[in-house]
Every structure is written in structure tokens, then in C-alpha cells.
Design a protein around this ligand. Structure first.
Ligand code: BTN
Length: 234
């Protein structure tokens, strides 16, 4: 197992994008803190000391959809957290939540050369022992706040990776089963009634079907494809 620990870096995802050639399949890069942590959709990810900020590199020999990697890590994280008695769940499409607040985000990226995927980078940001800034306390939470004690970051890193690796080798060719497991922990569920934003208006709808990147919602008999999490209203 190849683990590189960096004290400070812009972003572990960016670091691996620049340096993937020097690392093996399965290599892990952890940062104590990131100075330019990245979230999805161009957002920034606040990464002070105390959190678990890392990326895993895959150099796939066969093509596996990026969503599959994200799902595997989402499942692994939820199951490791549940072992710690934290009832975490996956908030569609790929955040880990606890009690309506974000605990962890995942950013998976592919590096292609001449249309061929040469590297997959799965970036994980888990709030562990870090303080959540005042302005984010309504939307984010850390493990320390849930359990009221600090948890060893190395324990989490190790358990998540071992578990993800097991899921990956057991299900490699059965992505439907990964999706099934993912849906077990997913919120919303098919059939749930929720609020979505359509043309700046908030309306109620029923979830008909959930795919990796689209939520099909029935709004008064009309089916709407919800693409971004911003369209989901709490
Ligand atoms: C999100 O929810 O928007 C995804 C957040 C992903 C954050 C992690 S922290 C380690 C890795 N490096 C980054 O710059 N981002 C990911």
C-alpha cells in the first residue's frame, strides 16, 4: 500500500492530476491541510488541519464508469461511520450527510489522454476533528461534534480504504449490485415526496426514478429531470 502524506498542498486531487505518472494504481495521497481544496461544481472546499483530506488514484485496465468509484467510496464511508454508531446516509448524488448536515464530500475526476482514461482520482473530504466555521454550522458537521470526542484520522483512513477495496474486488463486474447497495443508503428514495426548484419556483414532487446524475420527479403529472443538487430544496 502506497500512502504519501503531505503537510500542505493546494489540493490532493490536483496533486495527483499533476503527478499520477509517479504513483501506482491504488496509491493514496493525504494532506494535513489544503490551501485550495476543491469541491464539486467549481466550489472550494475548506480544508483546515483536523479533517481527513485525501485522494485515491486508480489506473484502470478496464473501463469503469466514474460514478462506480464514487458509489463504492460513498458506501464504504457510510458503513464505516455506522460502525462508529453515526447514522450517516448518502445524500444524492454523492455527499455523506448526518442529520441533515454535510459530513463528507466526494469529488471523482478522470484524466484522459487521447480520449483514453489513464487515471481516476477519487477525492474525499471528511470532517473529522476540525471545527466547522460559524457560517457553515447550519449545513455542515464533523465527527468530533457528533461523538463529542476526537477520532483517530488514521483509523478512518485505513478502515474506509480497506472497505472500499473489498467492495471493489467483490463487485468489480457487477455494477448493478453496487447501485443496489448505494440506493440502500440513499436519500431521497424512489417514492419520496420532496421540494424542487423549477424556474425559480419551489414546487412539490414525487421521486419516480433515481439515476447517477438525474432525479426524475413527478410534479403535478409532469416529469422533471432534476440535475443539480441546487434544485433540491431541504
Ligand atoms: C464536494 O462535496 O463538493 C466534494 C468535496 C471533495 C473534497 C476533497 S478533500 C480531498 C480532495 N482534494 C480536493 O481538492 N477535493 C477533494
Amino acid at each position: 500500500e502506497e500512502i504519501e502524506v503531505l503537510y500542505e498542498i493546494d489540493s490532493t486531487n490536483e496533486f495527483l492530476k499533476r503527478n499520477y505518472k509517479s504513483f501506482h494504481d491504488g496509491a493514496i495521497v493525504v494532506a494535513i491541510k489544503q490551501t485550495a481544496g476543491k469541491g464539486r461544481m467549481g466550489r472550494s472546499w475548506y480544508s483546515p488541519e483536523g479533517g481527513l483530506w485525501y485522494s485515491v488514484l486508480f489506473k484502470p485496465k478496464i473501463h469503469i464508469n466514474l460514478h462506480v468509484y464514487t458509489k463504492i467510496f460513498s458506501i464504504a464511508i457510510v458503513e464505516v461511520l455506522r460502525k462508529l454508531k453515526i447514522k450517516a446516509y448518502i445524500k444524492w448524488p454523492n455527499d455523506i450527510y448526518y442529520n441533515g448536515k454535510k459530513l463528507c464530500g466526494i469529488l471523482s475526476e478522470a484524466v484522459s489522454v487521447n480520449d483514453r482514461v489513464v487515471a481516476i482520482i477519487v477525492g474525499i473530504g471528511l470532517n473529522v476533528n476540525n471545527d466547522i466555521p460559524e457560517e457553515l454550522k447550519n449545513v455542515a458537521v464533523s465527527i468530533k461534534d457528533i461523538l463529542r470526542k476526537k477520532v483517530k484520522i488514521t483509523y478512518l483512513l485505513d478502515s474506509i480504504n480497506k472497505h472500499a477495496w473489498n467492495i471493489l474486488v467483490n463487485y468489480r463486474n457487477e455494477t448493478e449490485n453496487i447501485t443496489k447497495l448505494w440506493k440502500k443508503y440513499l436519500v431521497p428514495r424512489e417514492g419520496d415526496v420532496l421540494k424542487v426548484k423549477v424556474d425559480d419556483e419551489i414546487v412539490e414532487g414525487k421521486v419516480l426514478k433515481i439515476s447517477d446524475d438525474i432525479l426524475y420527479v413527478d410534479v403535478g403529472g409532469k416529469v422533471i429531470g432534476v440535475q443539480s443538487i441546487h434544485q433540491l430544496v431541504e
